[in-house]
Write a protein that binds this ligand. Structure first.
Ligand SMILES: *Cc1c(COP(=O)(O)O)cnc(C)c1O
Length: 394
């Protein structure tokens, strides 16, 4: 497999395994198991003396193609595809801790990710400290002798704050912890956590990687040693494997990832500018704008803006609901990364389970909305927002 191509080329050709038929498009190997020529061949396969597949829970050809293509894009040595983003996050964290260990995590996390570290891990004797991840001093203060994992998401959901990944990785190295980065919001095109010193990267492939709202998926990427020593047994014996059908859908999805993300980012940036200058909008947070509170860190670690925009309306919840209901092109949905533009009100959807206090800590107010820009014509989206904002009371 060649590693010399640029990302857009890798995403079309990288990792392809052609069968004897020479098919153009990747084949779907929708099989649970594999047959062996002889009993001796089966024995050798199980002993690890011969290359090949054993059972689809362990690995299979279509999943392999997806994993290899993701590795080429990410610059990782190895990866495991999983059934959903949450299967990937849970596996990446739980596979490397035991009772008595400690996790430090940035508190601004996707809801289910926060549940895994804040609620699930402690049930098994793994303590977790949540910190405001924007300040490196907080990570340093929270770290203990038994800290095994630093977990973060950047930019964060939904307020698009960023965390200095290289800074956190440096601290983790000092205490002997592994940094796990949920890189969904940045996409693998705009941010490379492994190059910044992180040890493990996870994605919900459900988002930009599929990008067309079809199937759930997740992937964990790291170096070969970590995958083999920490993840492999957990993965094989707890069974979060991705369906080969979904691996195939995602393989086709990532062929167009750069085209989609480019258009989504262009649309998001243009909408952010429109909103930032609108009298009914209190605040816009967009990683591609110079007025982002952490523009210096963004310049250091990201190569593109974002497909997401966070906005706060002056009229609170009534205005936030009014805007959503008045939009015609943009659909109301809590998903993101889709070809269709989607908007959600975090306070009553994705972040409804947090206390008012926790929401305030994260900067989520009743007027906060999160937009995931799609690939529609930019002018249609700008007109949609201008028209919907006009309809809001003064
Ligand atoms: C969606 C999402 C997840 C969970 O992924 P699923 O595929 O829905 O399980 C995890 N982290 C982030 C940042 C996400 O946006």
């Amino acid at each position: 497999m060649t590693t010399k191509w640029r990302p857009a080329t890798q995403l079309v050709h990288g990792g392809t395994i052609r069968s004897q038929y020479g098919e153009t498009s990747e084949a779907i190997y929708l099989t649970q198991g594999f047959v062996y020529e002889t009993a001796e061949a089966a024995e050798a396969r199980f002993k690890g003396e011969s290359e090949g597949y054993i059972y689809a829970r362990y690995g299979s050809p279509t999943n392999d193609m997806f994993e290899k293509r993701m590795c080429l894009l990410e610059g990782a040595e190895d990866a495991r595809a999983m059934a959903s983003g949450m299967a990937a996050v849970a596996a990446a964290i739980l596979c490397q801790v035991k009772a008595g260990d400690h996790i430090v995590a940035a508190r601004a996390l996707f809801g289910s990710c926060r549940w895994v570290v804040e609620t699930l891990a402690p049930k098994y004797g793994v303590e977790c400290t949540l910190v405001d991840g924007r300040d490196l001093a907080n990570w340093e203060k929270a770290a203990r002798k038994n800290t095994k994992v630093f977990f973060l998401e950047s930019p964060t959901n939904p307020t698009l704050e960023v965390i200095d990944i290289a800074g956190v990785a440096k601290l983790a190295d000092q205490v002997g912890a592994k940094v796990v980065v949920d890189n969904v919001f940045a996409t693998p095109l705009f941010q490379k956590p492994l190059e910044l010193g992180a040890h493990v990267v996870v994605y919900s492939a459900t988002k930009h990687i599929d990008g067309q709202g079809r199937c759930l998926g997740g992937v964990v990427l790291s170096d070969s040693e970590w995958i083999k020593e920490s993840l492999q047994d957990y993965f094989r014996h707890t069974g979060p494997a991705m369906s080969p059908f979904n691996a195939w859908t995602l393989l086709k999805g990532i062929e167009t990832l750069p085209l989609r993300v480019r258009q989504q980012t262009e649309n998001a940036g243009r909408i952010a500018d429109l909103l930032a200058n609108h009298p009914k909008v209190a605040r816009v947070i967009y990683p591609g704008r110079a007025d982002h509170p952490q523009a210096d860190i963004i310049a250091k670690q990201m190569t593109g803006g974002s497909t997401l925009v966070c906005l706060e309306l002056k009229g609170g919840k009534a205005a936030a609901f009014g805007l959503q209901n008045a939009l015609e092109v943009v659909k109301i949905s809590n998903n993101l990364g889709d070809a269709k533009s989607l908007i959600t009100h975090p306070g009553t959807t994705t972040h409804k389970n947090l206390t008012d206090e926790a929401r305030a800590e994260l900067g989520i107010s009743p007027g906060t909305l999160r937009l995931s820009a799609g690939i529609e014509d930019t002018d249609d989206l700008l007109e949609d927002f201008a028209r919907a904002l006009d309809k809001l009371p003064g």
